[in-house]
Design a protein around this ligand. Structure first.
Ligand code: PEP
Ligand code: MG
Length: 856
């Protein structure tokens, strides 16, 4: 490769000028950013950019005329080389500074800058070269003094001893070797895997920039530092950074001692006091970068005898909370349009604002990695049962409920706990679904922990044991289980967040509802801006202590008469539940799903529970045990549940329909008119819908007759079996809406148990059998095809049909894109995911409509 092209704007090796052919996609983000700074006439040292192609060829062994490459920098110049990957988050090899340093220049610089400065610079280069280029063990410098001429001569001697060669003196050779080693480091397997884990494509390229050193050391005020105009945690305006006299690179941040504040500060000396003009220039430069690069930037700078040089600019690192405030303030200052501000926030990052989080800077003693099932972090003492959780809550002690897996019996324990950890289960298991609904942090499928519940001991893979009362932290945002109590960041819904959500709603063109079962859920849903309830799982209302006994009486009833008697006692409770939901939602649609789970879920599973139940129902223990056995099924999720119960025990749905209609009348009397939606679960045949519809219509007519009040309602079908999707054309004419229950639909399409898939899902994903956990990210190829078929056939037979999704996928940005493209009216998801869904939906609409300018 020729270096003569440096002056000729060769796309492979070019001096960065305002017009040089430099692009992020060919030279990387750093090179492009430097060109933007050059265009702004900012004091950037002379820089040459090497393209991805050039670096790739260097890695492959091609040699570069580095003598030529060094020409633009003039004789005796020192340069540094920095990586420039397409996305700065993909990383790259560390920068190497002070290339060109040799014995002759050392003597010169000792005269010009003083011996200490010259020695420190040469030493830094020798060490970097030894470690990164000659690949020597960093430990070899452990005993070398870190500064001064002695340190330097010892380092040079150590280098020569190890390599049996003298330290290279020719700058062109030094540069060629540095470039070669950085190019090769990028192509190594570890580096590739690391960046792929951060989302980089397998063939991501690396550019390199060779930049003239602005020394930061020498006579007059010299030094280096880093500046940004906002606080990285909050996004609030705050001049942040440090400056260290007589230093290079990022030493001001890493070598805390002696580093000073930038602006005047009570805590110590500042650059503003030391060099006010340089400080003012820095602020001006960084402000200009913000406006012209349309981004909050961090600048790395050097001061040389009072003069400021900008070496580099990178996007300010930021928490989710800061990201929102930064985007909003860029838009409010007219720097970017509102629409672009919306697209600058990763929707999932919103989760971080709605839940407590482990402080990213806190130390983490990680015990094990599970599945991140419900976001947020919580610290508490370990408890192993729902009863202990309640006792702990009564004592005012925060606790983490640890179970093999949770069942409906654990609900009260879950309410009492601050977090839940389970050994089994996946993203749609009981603990996960309930946890997300309640906003309760939850980690499931932590199968690397050994659960010995009899001894009440948890054993970690590293052998550590934990007992009831020990303090752990679960991080439901990333699935980690941590020992002890790391620092937390509190949840905030600040003004910037609310502004962002308001802007999102101005653009969104698909509805967002919430899955909400209780008044508390419904209130959360409203607070988070849901446009109604898309799924109310009524069975969750039966787990309250007072109802559970009546429910069990109903299950144990000997005949229809006894069953009706028990249901009559449940009726007023259900009526009140529904009336309250209607009141909270203030006329917004509320979709109530008729009873769905297998009845045995309401029965105790152990002997002590059976005995208690026998007592409560005044029955012999043997009767209870026999009845529980009778109800047990080999495959309950495919057994007597959903509409199958509604057909075989019609009294249950009749009671629920009556409760819904009476509550409708009650809530409409003193509030906005309510049009309830009633949804039939687990339908697989048209006749099921006909039978239930006839009964529900009859109850509606009876209630209208009895009360003399008219009301409307909408009946819908939950499409969660493949057959219902395929036969949508014959089902749709009997209903007002179809809502896709993608949890069961995924389970049945794959033949994959949603409660057991956690055991092998990670192996399956790691080995590429599934690209993602299909319970987490909608499988658009298979399950998605069923959704498309169901939607098309349903609409074909019933043009006004409302379509929606109410499985857990409803809150997932990729699934929302699919549903929007299919023309669904709304998605429904856990209340805490509603803001994520609102933002994701807005981004889809905005991206369809516009293209944003890119800073040139
Ligand atoms: C579903 O199956 O997608 C659904 C929403 O219902 P559940 O999770 O209650 O089975
Ligand atoms: Mg279901």
């Amino acid at each position: 490769m020729k270096g003569a092209a440096v002056q000729q704007n060769d796309p492979d090796i070019t001096l960065i000028t305002p017009v040089a052919p430099v692009a992020t996609s060919t030279h990387g983000g750093r090179a492009k950013c430097l060109q933007r700074l050059v265009r702004l006439d900012l004091p950037v040292p002379k820089t040459v950019a090497l393209s991805f192609d050039a670096v790739h060829r260097i890695a492959a062994g091609e040699t570069l005329d580095t003598q030529d490459l060094l020409k633009p920098f003039g004789p005796s110049a020192l340069v540094c080389v920095r990586p420039s990957s397409e996305d700065p988050d993909w990383g790259g090899p560390g920068a190497v500074l002070n290339i060109g340093m040799n014995d002759a220049l050392y003597v010169e610089l000792c005269d010009q800058l003083g011996q200490d400065a010259a020695s420190a610079m040469y030493l830094r280069f020798v060490q970097a070269y030894a470690i990164h280029v000659a690949r020597l063990d960093p430990d070899m410098f452990d005993d070398v003094p870190s500064d001064g001429p002695e340190g330097l001569s010892e380092a040079l001697r150590a280098y020569e001893d190890e390599t049996e060669e003298s330290f290279p003196q020719d700058p062109a050779v030094q540069l060629a070797e540095v470039l070669r080693s950085m190019a090769r480091a990028w192509e190594g397997t570890t580096a590739r895997l690391l960046r792929q884990a951060k989302g980089a494509p397998a063939d991501a390229g690396l550019g390199l920039v060779v930049q003239e050193m602005a020394l930061g050391m020498g006579l007059g005020e010299c030094g280096s530092g880093v500046i940004q105009l906002v606080n990285s945690k909050t996004g609030e305006p705050q001049i942040t950074g440090r400056y260290l006299s007589q230093s290079q690179g990022r030493d001001a941040l890493s070598k805390g001692a002696g580093a000073m504040f930038l602006g005047r500060d009570e805590r110590g000396p500042s650059l503003q006091e030391l060099e006010p003009e340089a400080y003012d220039a820095l602020i001006d430069h960084t402000r200009l970068m913000r406006v012209r690069l349309r981004e909050e930037m961090q600048a790395e700078f050097t001061i040389e005898n009072g003069h400021v040089h900008l070496l580099d600019g990178v996007r300010v690192a930021r928490s989710a909370r800061a990201a929102v405030r930064i985007a909003i303030s860029l838009a409010e200052d007219g720097i970017i349009p509102k629409e672009e501000a919306l697209t600058r926030i990763e929707p999932r990052a919103i989760n971080e604002l709605l839940h407590r989080q482990v402080d990213p800077e806190a130390e983490r003693d990680r015990l094990v990695q599970g599945i991140a099932a419900s976001p947020g972090a919580a610290t508490g003492r370990i408890v192993f049962s729902a009863a202990e959780a309640q006792a702990s809550a009564a004592r005012g002690e925060a606790c983490i409920l640890v179970r093999r897996e949770t069942s409906p019996e654990d609900i009260r324990g879950m309410h009492a706990a601050v977090g839940v950890l389970t050994e089994r289960g996946g993203i749609t298991s009981h603990a996960a679904v309930i946890g997300r609904g309640m906003g309760l942090p939850c980690v499931v499928g932590a199968s690397a922990l050994t659960f010995n519940l009899r001894r009440s001991v948890l054993r970690a893979p590293d052998g550590r044991e934990f007992r009831a009362g020990d303090i752990i932290t679960i991080d439901g945002t990333n699935g980690e289980v941590l020992v002890g109590e790391p620092e937390m960041l509190e949840a905030t819904q600040d003004d910037a967040f609310l502004t962002l959500m308001g802007w999102a709603d101005e653009h969104r063109d698909i509805g967002v509802r919430a899955n909400a079962d209780t008044p508390a859920d419904a209130k959360t849903a409203r607070n988070f801006g849901a446009q109604g309830i898309g799924l109310c799982r009524t069975e969750h209302m039966f787990f309250e202590a007072d109802r559970l006994t009546v429910m069990r009486e109903m299950i144990f009833a000997d005949g229809v008469g006894d069953r009706r008697a028990a249901l009559d006692r449940l009726l007023p409770m259900q009526r009140e539940d529904f009336a309250e939901l209607f009141r909270i939602m203030q006329g917004q649609p509320v979709c109530i799903r008729l009873f769905d789970p297998p009845l045995h879920e309401f029965l105790p599973s152990d002997r002590a529970g059976h005995r208690e139940l026998a007592e409560a129902l005044d029955l012999p223990l043997s009767d209870v045990t026999r009845r529980v056995e009778d109800l047990s099924e080999y495959n309950p999720m495919l057994g007597m549940r959903g509409v199958r119960l509604g057909i075989t025990m019609p009294e249950i749905y009749e009671m629920q329909a009556r409760a819904i209609f009476e509550a409708t009348i009650e809530a409409s009397r003193d509030g906005d008119p309510v049009v309830p939606e009633i949804m039939i679960p687990l339908v697989s045949a048209k006749r099921e819908v006909e039978l239930v519809k006839t009964r529900v219509d009859a109850i509606a007519a009876a209630v209208r007759n009895e009360t003399g009040v008219t009301f409307a309602y909408r009946l819908g079908v939950m499409v969660e079996t493949p057959r219902a999707a395929l036969r949508a054309a014959e089902i749709a004419p009997h209903c007002a809406f179809l809502s896709f229950g993608t949890n069961d639909l995924t389970q049945m399409t794959y033949g994959l148990s949603r409660d057991d898939a956690g055991r092998f899902m990670s192996t399956y994903v790691q080995q590429g059998v599934y690209p993602e956990d299909p319970f987490h990210v909608l499988d658009v190829d298979g399950v998605g095809e069923l959704l498309s078929i169901g939607a098309a056939r349903g609409r074909g037979a019933h043009p006004g049909l409302t379509l929606s999704i109410c499985g857990e996928h409803g809150g997932n940005p990729e699934s929302i894109a699919f549903c929007r493209a299919e023309g669904f009216s709304y998605v429904s998801c856990s209340p805490f995911r509603v803001p994520v869904a609102r933002l994701a939906a807005a981004q889809l609409a905005v991206r369809d409509k516009m293209q944003f300018p890119v800073a040139k």
